[in-house]
Design a binder for this molecule. Structure first.
Ligand code: SF4
Length: 444
């Protein structure tokens, strides 16, 4: 493409790790097409907003940030990801937007940007959902860091009643195992040491095996098989995955945690609520006791395992008793860390039109109580590792000079002091002090 380095682009990313991953690929594609990346929005000709619609007011936030980041230099504004997918009928109400593209269309972004720059089109909308096309470019050139994400699956068929993912990301689709393994190998060859396998619901992975046996139907791999094969890749030091649906967490997966050394003993298994009545309304397809039993079995099979979760408070009709059940579950499980949110209605989801919507002040009060309980548990976990030596992968400098921050197997933030730059390195750290959100230690 003829623009060479004349035009610079800036990407602003919102939301989940999946989006961070997609953004990385967009940056690689734009660079390959001859555009130059800048990290200063004021210096950019092209502003790309890669968005997430799962949390409340996402669209509004994007629109207001477009206003903030636009400058005299801006020639093209592109908005991608879940917001245009979900809001396709109103996205161009923001008159500054030139291109709106869904999660399946980002491969075509460089071509769309050129069309706008050349005045071939006024506005472009591409929110077609296709299954495999978005993965075609995953092996494109991109900057590789020590810790990398690899998408193994997209979309979701679970239709939890509060969630937009099945509508914005489409049907569940597992990437072929051969593609995943070759991407992992490429990342490891370029220096990655930690890989996180990503998907809305990784444990229902069901992808084509990398070979076709003659005369037999194409084989398929489940998540356990994929984990095993990825774990055996040369040079891999740590393996993670996220996120899981409780109903698909199998005994086989628990056993893999006990067997594979480099598989981090940490599982994010979102409970969402501890009330069976609310879980039913959420269409989660388990009751609280089944969830707790499963986690206990996990601990029996792999004693080192720790858990994190997501919670929604103030789901329609949630009573004080329902909320109490959630607190009870939290106390019983003892999570290492968790994310919790106030329920917020998303358009087109069944829960948005349920009667019995909860007033915001009640939601806020419940969220506060829940977060205190979760924080109490997190602090206890941080304190429990004082005196232990733990392997840490450092990813950035700390707030003070000579400080570096990394993550241990449990994703706890570990801070140390060091004369040498530790960024991108593994180190053994003796944990000396614990705080609410981090632990402090020294290299040994
Ligand atoms: S499992 Fe439920 S919450 Fe998770 S992406 Fe699918 S529908 Fe959404």
């Amino acid at each position: 493409m003829g623009h060479s380095a004349m035009y610079k682009f800036f990407i602003e990313t919102y939301g989940c790790q999946m989006n961070a991953y997609d953004s990385n690929i967009i940056a690689a594609l734009m660079t390959m097409a001859g555009f130059e990346r800048t990290y200063e929005s004021s210096d950019a000709d092209i502003l790309i907003f890669y968005t997430c619609n799962v949390r409340e007011k996402a669209a509004k936030k994007v629109f207001s940030n477009i206003g903030l980041l636009r400058s005299e230099k801006t020639k093209v504004i592109a908005v991608g990801g879940c917001v245009p997918q979900a809001e396709k009928n109103m996205i161009f109400k923001c008159k500054h937007i030139d291109i709106a593209f869904g999660p399946s269309a980002y491969r075509k972004l460089p071509a769309y940007v050129s069309k706008i720059l050349n005045d071939e089109e006024d506005r472009i909308l591409d929110v077609e959902l296709t299954q495999s096309s978005k993965f075609d470019c995953c092996n494109a050139e991109r900057t590789v860091s020590r810790s990398e994400f690899v998408t193994i699956q997209e979309g979701c068929d679970n239709y939890c009643s509060y969630c937009v993912v099945p509508y914005t990301r489409g049907k569940e689709y597992s990437r072929p195992a051969a593609d995943i393994i070759s991407e992992v190998k490429m990342l490891l060859a370029k220096g990655a040491q930690e890989i996180t396998l990503l998907g809305q619901n990784v444990n229902s992975y069901n992808g084509d095996a990398p070979y076709i046996s003659i005369g037999k139907p194409r084989g398929s791999w489940n998540f356990e098989r994929l984990l095993q094969e990825v774990a055996e890749s040369d040079g891999l030091k740590r393996l993670r995955y996220t996120t899981s649906h409780p109903k698909d967490v199998t005994v086989g997966l628990m056993k893999k945690h006990a067997q594979i050394d480099i598989l981090a003993p940490f599982a994010h298994i979102p409970a969402q609520s501890g009330s069976d009545r609310i879980l039913k309304l959420m269409n989660r397809r388990y009751v609280a006791q089944e969830y707790i039993d499963k986690l206990n079995m996990f601990r029996d099979i792999c004693p080192a395992i720790q858990f994190s979760s997501d919670f929604i408070v103030g789901f329609p009709t949630e009573t004080a008793d329902d909320f109490e059940d959630t607190l009870k579950l939290v106390r019983e499980v003892g999570y290492l860390s968790s994310y919790s949110f106030k329920y917020s209605p998303r358009s087109d989801t069944p829960a948005a039109t349920m009667s019995g919507q909860i007033h915001d002040t009640i939601k806020a009060k419940r969220l506060d109580i829940l977060q205190r309980e979760l924080m109490r548990s997190q602090t206890l976990h941080n304190e429990s590792i004082v005196g232990k030596t733990m392997e840490t992968l450092f990813d950035k400098p700390g707030k003070k000079s000579m400080q570096y921050v990394g993550k241990n197997v449990y994703m706890q933030s570990v801070i140390v002091e060091s004369d040498i730059d530790l960024t991108g390195k593994f180190g053994m750290v003796l944990i000396e002090k614990a705080f609410k959100n981090s632990v402090f230690g020294r290299l040994v």
